[in-house]
Ligand binder design. Sequence first.
Ligand code: UDP
Ligand code: MG
Length: 305
Amino acid sequence: MKTLSIVIPCYNEEETVQKFYDETKQWMEKISADIEYVFVDDGSSDRTLPMLKEMAEQDDDVHYISFSRNFGKEAAILAGFQYAKGDAVVLIDADLQHPPSLIPMMWKHFEDGYDQVIAKRNRAGEKFTRKKLTNLYYKLVNRLVEVEITDGVGDFRLLSRQALNALLSLTEYNRFSKGLFSWIGFHEKMIEYENQIRVEGSSKWSFASLLNYGMDGILSFNNKPLRIAIYSGIGITTFGFIYILITLVNYFINGVETPGYFTTISAIILLGGIQLLFLGIIGEYIGRIYYETKRRPQYLIKEKN
Ligand code: UDP
Ligand code: MG
């Protein structure tokens, strides 16, 4: 019999983790495979870990990994994937926003030979501003990044062992799973589901962390922003030369002009701004190189079973 590993990153999910397990277990009875639950406690400060331990005591299929502190969802995903022993893994959120009822269908597609079965959600019931912002984000990202990232496609998906091993062979420190999933390719299948509003607990994303995530998405996947910096640098410098040439010619023909206070100031401000912006972008990349070269582990495990 084949084994299906279910990887669940959990950060302060005491309100939902039990419910998640109960519900998922019911759906798993529909699948003829050995099930392995890999809960990754991402340094929760609430009762998540004791609850996981209790579940593990009652059910041999339940495994847990607990981090020494909060390392972020990307790290939790990686730890779960590295731990999973299944012929396929399903990555799913603990908050029941990803309906476990889809897993049997994912498994079916896996048995039909697909390597990635991707659940795509619509955005029904989400706040208008958030919908608009995400829309904008995906438009921007897809313009900048080589891999295709689709709106509504989150982390909820099934990966075959082959796809999983491919993913694990990518050893970068800054992991942006959405991009990595798309980058590895393989035989993909998309299934759709209704957006679920979080029932219990609250989203762990603040506005700032969403913004940071967005930046990661753009920066960790290519060097196009750097390229833009170079091209606009060339453009602005050319423009500056032409401007100086015209002013010089004008000086020799018409003599000294009244000093252009406005033009001077605007040039300083404009160029200063642009330079700062691109220095920032370059700094971002250097920062990333810095993190990559340190080769620190993505997470530290406090305990596991
Ligand atoms: N999560 C995590 N570490 C974090 C933040 C979140 O492991 O630092 C987990 C969280 O417990 C949940 C999943 O990632 O299972 C998705 O988190 P959340 O529901 O807060 O995000 P959203 O659904 O709003 O994208
Ligand atoms: Mg959620």
